[in-house]
Write a protein that binds this ligand. Structure first.
Ligand code: NAP
Length: 281
């Protein structure tokens, strides 16, 4: 495994395991056990995924020492604010059955996220979390938070994939020492990405799959990712990306593809007036 070092020295694995939409507890526990056996050591969850308890159970039952695995969880929108965050953190800790979380993120920049950030700084100072960060923060909100608080976010987890490359956001994060982490690194399998013609040719040339080429592209851009799959074979496939190199021409920047196709996000629902969905996502 390769790592990216956060501003406080914590090492973030370059590839972790995403768990969005794996709600069924038995399936989730099995996926985590298989992912551990396959070699994953970072597990990404959130209060809103309703699977923290199953993930905690599988990790604790694995027999692996606590320092060998890494758990990220996230504060949901309705718990934003100082007191709400302290309460929600205790709740996540209890669900996971842990006494420390490796990375705690504000899931969305909605509500009183300034109050939330001050509570997260307190949790960090007290040692209850090893690193703190945000998710879905646009450059302007990220810069505002960076300039006005004691600690800068160590991570900003945002949507990044070949169809939505986020170059401006990445430049801003680089300037402020915030490490990006890509959600939907495989574009949530949308837009028929695995059958993209150029991608298929590149994959053939390297004897790899389309998914592996995409994850390799993230790796060469030094962007940690958290691909999700419930299939054991794909878990292994998504980790097997450390033994080949894409040329500059093979990077999706050079493909003939639109780079502004987002998956279903709050921003899209806000734009189209679907407020109830926007608040949920
Ligand atoms: N912070 C946020 O707001 C936010 C938002 C969304 C997601 N996330 C996190 O980021 C993680 C990853 O994002 P995501 O789950 O939305 O999307 P993703 O990882 O880009 O894509 C997952 C989809 O790709 C399929 N897939 C995975 N590996 C594959 C392979 N090798 N070949 C073919 N298909 C493959 C999966 O199907 P199967 O499962 O059937 O294999 C699933 O349909 C989430 O699980 C979650 O932990 C965070």
């Amino acid at each position: 495994m390769q790592y990216r070092t956060l501003s406080n020295g914590v090492e973030l694995p370059m590839i972790g395991y995403g768990t969005f939409q794996i709600k069924d507890a038995a399936q989730c526990e099995q996926c985590i056990s298989e992912a551990l056996e396959t070699g994953y050591r970072l597990f990404d969850t959130a209060a809103s995924y309703e699977n923290e308890a199953a993930i905690g159970m599988a990790l604790r039952d694995s027999g692996l020492p606590r320092e060998e695995w890494f758990v990220t969880t996230k504060l949901w929108v309705q718990d934003a604010g100082y007191d709400g965050t302290l309460w929600a953190f205790e709740h996540s800790l209890e669900n996971l059955g842990l006494d420390q979380i490796d990375l705690y993120l504000i899931h969305q920049p909605f509500g009183d996220y300034y109050g939330a950030w001050r509570a997260m700084e307190r949790l960090y100072r007290e040692g209850a979390v090893r690193a703190i960060g945000v998710s879905n923060f646009t450059p302007e909100r990220l810069v505002d938070l960076c300039m006005n608080q004691e600690f800068k976010p160590m991570v900003n987890q945002i949507e990044i994939h070949p169809f939505f490359q986020q170059n401006t956001a990445l430049r801003v994060m680089e300037d402020y020492g915030v490490v990006p982490q890509a959600w939907a690194p495989l574009s949530e399998a949308q837009k028929d990405i695995f059958n993209h013609k150029t991608l298929a040719k590149i994959a053939d040339r390297h004897g790899k799959t389309a998914a592996q080429v995409i994850l390799r592209w993230h790796l060469q851009r030094k962007i940690p990712t958290i691909p999700k799959t419930v299939h054991r074979g794909r878990m292994a496939e998504n980790l097997d990306v450390f033994d080949f190199e894409l040329t500059a021409k093979e990077m999706p920047e050079g493909w003939s593809c639109s780079v502004h196709l987002r998956t279903t996000t709050a921003a899209i629902h806000l734009r189209t007036g679907n407020l109830s969905l926007a608040m949920w996502i």
